[in-house]
Design a protein around this ligand. Structure first.
Ligand code: ADP
Ligand code: MG
Length: 350
């Protein structure tokens, strides 16, 4: 009898982070504990087709080419009765969604799993959806005593000039449900504001304008263990070169950033950020994992920027790096996530 748990790794997808997701899947595939788990790969192509991917597929950067999910692979039918390939039910115990952004990190795939009675790694429908929409996550963080950047929310076709009067510049203009800094602009004066708003509306029907927080960008990983949330050591994003902020290019195109483990913060600040990360995780009712991103201002204030329910998960991404620093290896992070999902009660019980 095979007592290994079958884990379906779901990756790719229609968001801008398709390739990152493929690399994350390749990382998990090579690190997952094969003594305990038997992986299968389910890819979502750029056009949104679900396909069965061979385990021998290369899911890493090869000769400068980024991996992507092949549109011609055999299709999978996924509905509330479960997943089928070639007319046969796909047999697995747990889905590991390694998708970033819309249709993956936003509660939609989680909803499909709930309807189909499939266990899955990570946050549920509500937490995923809340974290994806910053205009909802922010007031919840605030209600739990966390500092957020002051700002306004504009809805397409329904906002007024009064909302953008008297802003303190510089401000950040960004889509409410963005990712990878797409559609985000730092605006230094009223004269530049309209074009930044127009740009953000290209990505979403809801746009946030926030006071620019001057400070360092600090991130903290949260991992659930035995039902309780634990925080990783904190890491700092150091932007090199002439990027104004942590923009798309700084994130992916250049080697324009490095991660540091700051040792120059006043005593107690790391612990405060870790406590804030756990508070944010609980505030949104997250499960499994999250990466919580903060600013640490020159005045010593800790301001939460956002929470990601499925952060970049390649072996060299921030989240595994933070846990590596905390003494939890990449394979161990994967095992913990799967164990947390397998023992979770309260949602899907199959
Ligand atoms: N209010 C703000 N103050 C200062 N920098 C900001 C602010 N909002 C966004 N940024 C900058 O823009 C980057 C991307 O914004 P973020 O809200 O994290 O969106 P995304 O989901 O695209 O990562 C941040 O990492 C930071 O560099
Ligand atoms: Mg961010």
């Amino acid at each position: 009898m095979n007592s290994k748990k079958r884990v379906a790794i779901l990756f790719g997808g229609q968001s801008a982070e398709h390739e990152i997701s493929c690399i994350s899947a390749g990382g998990v595939l090579s690190a997952i504990d094969r003594e305990r788990f038997e992986p299968i790969l389910i890819g979502i192509t750029r056009s949104g087709k679900w396909v069965l991917v061979d385990l021998a597929t290369t899911l890493a950067i090869e000769n400068g080419h980024l991996p992507e999910v092949d549109e011609t692979l055999p299709a999978i039918v996924a509905d509330i009765h479960g997943f089928r390939a070639d007319g046969r039910a796909l047999d697995f115990d747990l889905l590991f969604p390694l998708l970033h952004g819309p249709y993956g990190e936003d509660g939609t795939v989680q909803g499909l799993c709930e309807m189909a009675g499939i266990r899955y790694v990570g946050s549920g429908v509500l937490a995923s959806a809340l974290a994806m929409d910053k205009s909802f996550a922010k007031p919840i963080f605030q209600a739990h005593g966390l500092n957020v950047a002051p700002g306004v929310v504009l809805k397409a076709g329904a906002w007024s000039a009064a909302q953008i009067e008297g802003l303190h510049y510089p401000v950040f203009v960004k889509p409410a449900r963005s990712g990878s800094s797409r559609g985000t602009t730092k605006v230094k004066s009223f004269a530049e504001l309209q074009s930044a708003i127009d740009r953000a509306f290209e990505f979403d029907t809801k746009v946030m304008i926030e006071r620019a927080i001057i400070g360092r960008e600090i991130e903290c990983g949260v991992l659930e263990r035995g039902g309780s949330a634990q925080a990783s050591p904190i890491g700092e994003i150091k932007i090199l070169g002439d990027h104004e902020f942590y923009d798309f290019e700084a994130k992916y195109l250049d080697s324009a950033t490095t991660v540091l483990f700051p040792d120059d913060l006043p005593d107690g600040v790391e612990a405060q950020i870790q406590a804030a990360a756990i508070a944010a995780f609980k505030a949104l009712d997250c499960e499994g994992l999250a990466r919580v991103d903060f600013f640490y201002t020159d005045g010593g204030e800790i301001v939460i920027n956002e929470l990601n329910t499925m952060p970049g998960f390649t072996p060299t991404s921030m989240f595994p790096k933070l846990w590596g620093r905390g003494g939890v290896s990449y394979p161990e992070v994967i095992t913990r996530l799967i164990d947390a999902a397998l023992t979770r009660s309260g949602h899907v019980t199959r």
